[in-house]
Write a protein that binds this ligand. Structure first.
Ligand code: SF4
Length: 239
């Protein structure tokens, strides 16, 4: 064997070994999401109510999402910052359990005056949303945003709000407040983080279906308005 043959042999082995390791890493990456879903489904099946299931989902998502970000190289940059609320003017949908959880949280933490003011804002926002024919065209300030542009239910915010991330706040601002051409801008999502939230949303939908309840997602503003308007004293609507 010549020196050239030896060199080619070493390079070939190196490439083959690295390729095999990369394929294995890719397989385990996929498996990681499947395992997350299995653990989440098991946890949700043990939940007494859909609201409990939504709360457990948020806790698991928060942990998994933070670990994902801390454990992998080259995390996608995030421009999301306190009081940056452009995305809080987009349409928010919620899977089963989330509205019930948030309504109970509001009942436990808002004063009567705050709840009445929220109801007024929800009615205004619901009316604004109804003027749009497509959900992706909706631009309406979320009634849960406070006067400082902070989410007033941040720890309980819907999964959609948790899923959305952006590397460019200027792009978000243009998409929400810009002219019609800018409003079609695409905001690239952090893929792993987003995927966890898709799995979690589906898990809550499937749980509701397994319990013989409605599994589809609903518009957050209308669902919360309906829930609060119908009185929280009636207790959880779904078990
Ligand atoms: S619930 Fe909170 S995070 Fe979600 S859109 Fe409303 S204000 Fe923003």
């Amino acid at each position: 064997m010549t020196k050239l043959d030896d060199a080619i042999d070493r390079v070939s082995r190196n490439i083959a070994q690295t390729g095999a390791l990369t394929k294995e890493a890719s397989r385990r990456y996929e498996q990681m999401f499947a395992d997350f879903r299995v653990e989440l489904d098991r946890t949700l099946d043990a939940s007494e109510t859909l609201a409990d299931a939504a709360q457990a989902t948020m806790a698991m998502l928060e942990q998994a999402s933070n670990l994902l970000r801390d454990s992998f190289p080259n995390p996608q940059p995030r421009a999301c910052r306190d009081q940056c609320s452009a995305c809080c003017h987009l349409f928010v949908s919620v899977p089963p359990g989330v509205t019930e959880l948030i309504a109970s949280h509001i009942k436990a933490t808002f004063t009567a005056a705050q709840t009445n003011a929220l109801l007024d804002r929800l009615r205004v926002a619901a009316n604004e949303i109804e003027q749009f024919t497509k959900t992706n065209e909706v631009r309406a300030r979320c009634p849960l945003l406070d006067e400082q542009d902070r989410c007033s239910i941040y720890d309980m915010r819907p999964l959609t709000c948790r899923a959305f991330t952006s590397a460019d706040a200027g792009l978000c601002h243009a998409m929400v407040f810009g002219d019609s051409a800018q409003q079609t801008a695409r905001i690239d999502q952090d893929p792993g983080h987003y995927r966890l939230h898709i799995e979690a949303t589906e898990a809550l939908q499937n749980l509701a279906t397994r319990r013989g309840l409605e599994g589809r997602q609903k518009g957050f503003v209308h669902a919360l308005l309906d829930r609060l308007d119908n009185g929280l004293e009636n207790g959880p609507a779904s078990a």
